[in-house]
Ligand binder design. Structure first.
Ligand SMILES: NC(=O)c1ncn([C@@H]2O[C@H](COP(=O)(O)O)[C@@H](O)[C@H]2O)c1NC=O
Length: 513
């Protein structure tokens, strides 16, 4: 008996070549409407599913292959009992199922798509066949990705059938494919009811592999990079690597931190990141000036750093960048002249991330813990300067206020406990990830050195004691921004007043763990 393949694909890429190859090997083809038409047009012999089932496709294609003659043909095991039952019912076995599903993800990615259009693109018959064939991979092979057609055909040509190992591998890919498809559907519906239920009972996360990574955080850890089904413009997972060495796990972690920081600002900003914390951040009128100032903020730490710019990298910036060793640069784009200059540093990784269409690019932030994961809204809080509360006798001057707002926006991107010292739109000292606040302040002030005189200081959370204010006063800090809300706020305010420091409360905390 000839082998039979059921082909039912939305994406017709590679279909005719695969089908022709099967026919040449003596296979019979069964197909649904559109797929059958493509095959007939290519001059290939094909039997319509409707002819097999004796039942027409109905309900605008909602029911085509959902029939015992199809599912019996797929699900029968190669046992005498099952094969006898097929014979009794006049069902012929199906040996290969080639299906790809209605383009649900592509449909919901279209701007202005209606729920009706989305729903019509939920494939029911396709996943049913895919899962049936994958379950019965002992006998049936299932192919869901046109990229696999040539290797399947090659193995059939070479060996006459597919090995059990190949069928198991195809089944694993098929179950992952339908799971990812269902995850996209579930996520779509969860988004529709998000206001009623922000955190669903089952949180489903699915990703598509961007690339295997050489290793993880350390060389003894394996790792890979995945992207979400819908990558918003201006995301790291959608960035194009234009040159440079292969990206590492740590590069990606740092690039994300750098890119999120730079993207948080409207004006040109450069950020240099080491181990996910900024070592230099600067705001200027041009990208080259911003980069120069960010580098000068801490040249020692900037060595081997990851740079993010929220403006296209131009020739002037590129020239500056060739002066030291950097690991990677991410920006919306690079001018052709800048790329030409940076070719001189062939190992330097360059990533063009495009512009962010929206401020909020991430719906959820997911962090693993042992045996589970935490899900939260990302920290997209934007401070309204009108709501700042001046708590000291002296109010910040306009220049100080600008620096306070800049330092506050930077400190949001520094691991807690975090202190940022800044002046004239440039960070002078950053204390990151300390176990006590005054320790972070000590590091930031020491780094700022004499520059702290006349600078401002931002703290990601309130001061539990007045010690940080006292330290800041000694270093010559003139203004402080912090959330406020400690039971000992009065002591900090008193210490600030004593030193003529202007202090403002944000009422908002920016912890980052
Ligand atoms: N309803 C069914 O019985 C059914 N059977 C197969 N499909 C899908 O129909 C598509 C192919 O349709 P056509 O061959 O008409 O272009 C495939 O994406 C396949 O997954 C179905 N459609 C959706 O549920």
């Amino acid at each position: 008996m000839p082998k039979r393949a059921l082909l039912s694909v939305s994406d017709k890429t590679g279909l005719v070549d695969l089908a022709r190859g099967l026919v040449e090997l003596g296979w019979e083809l069964i197909s649904t409407g559109g797929t059958a038409r493509t095959l007939t047009a290519a001059g290939l012999p094909v039997t319509e599913v409707a002819a097999v089932t004796g039942f027409p496709e109905i309900l605008d294609g909602r029911v085509k292959t959902l029939h015992p003659k199809i599912h019996g043909g797929i699900l029968a095991r190669p046992t005498p009992e099952h094969l006898d039952q097929l014979q009794e019912q006049g069902i012929q076995p199906i040996d290969l199922v080639v299906v790809n599903l209605y383009p649900f993800r592509e449909t919901i990615a279209r701007p202005g798509v209606t729920p009706e259009e989305a729903i019509e693109n939920i494939d029911i018959g396709g996943p049913t066949m895919v899962r049936a064939a994958a379950k019965n991979h002992e006998r049936v092979a299932v192919v869901v990705d046109p990229a696999s057609y040539s290797e399947v055909l090659a193995e059939l040509r070479e060996k006459g059938n597919l090995s059990p190992a190949t069928r198991r591998r195809l089944a694993a890919a098929a179950f992952a494919h339908t799971a990812a498809y269902d995850a996209a559907i579930a996520a779509y519906f969860q988004r529709l009811i998000r206001n009623e239920e922000p955190f669903p009972v089952h949180f489903i996360l699915s990703g598509e592999k961007v690339q295997d990574l050489r290793y993880g955080e350390n060389p003894h850890q394996q790792a890979a990079f995945y992207r979400l089904p819908a990558v918003p413009p201006g995301s790291l997972a959608g960035a194009r690597q234009l040159q440079g060495k292969e990206l590492s796990y740590n590069n990606l972690m740092d690039l994300d931190a750098a890119w999120n920081l730079a993207s948080d600002f409207k004006e040109p900003v450069a950020a240099i990141i080491k181990h996910t914390n900024p070592c230099g951040v600067a705001r200027a009128t041009t990208p080259s000036q911003a980069y120069r100032l960010a580098y000068a903020a801490d040249p020692v730490s900037a060595f081997g750093g990851i740079v993010a710019l929220n403006r296209t990298v131009d020739a002037a910036t590129a020239r500056e960048m060739t002066e030291i060793f950097l690991e990677a640069v991410i920006a919306p784009d690079f001018t052709p002249e800048a790329l030409e200059i940076l070719k001189g540093k062939p190992n330097l990784r360059l990533l063009a991330a495009g512009e962010r269409a929206a401020y909020r690019v991430q719906e959820y932030q997911v962090r693993p813990v042992s045996g589970g994961f935490l899900v939260q809204e990302p920290d997209y809080h934007v401070l309204d300067p009108e709501r700042l509360k001046v708590v000291t006798t002296r109010k910040p001057e306009a220049r100080e206020m600008e620096d306070l707002l800049f330092a506050w926006q930077v400190v949001k991107h520094v691991k807690s406990n975090a202190i940022v010292v800044a002046k004239d739109g440039v960070t002078l000292g950053i204390g990151a990830g300390q176990m006590n606040r005054v320790g972070a302040a000590r590091i930031a002030l020491e780094q700022a050195g004499a520059g702290a005189k006349g600078a401002v200081l931002a703290s990601d959370a309130f001061f539990p004691f007045s010690d940080t204010v006292e330290l800041a006063a000694k270093a010559g800090i003139t203004a402080i921004i912090q959330p406020g809300g400690s039971v000992r706020d009065e002591e900090s305010i008193k210490a600030a007043d004593a030193a003529r420091i202007a202090m403002v409360f944000t009422g908002i905390r920016h912890f980052r763990h």
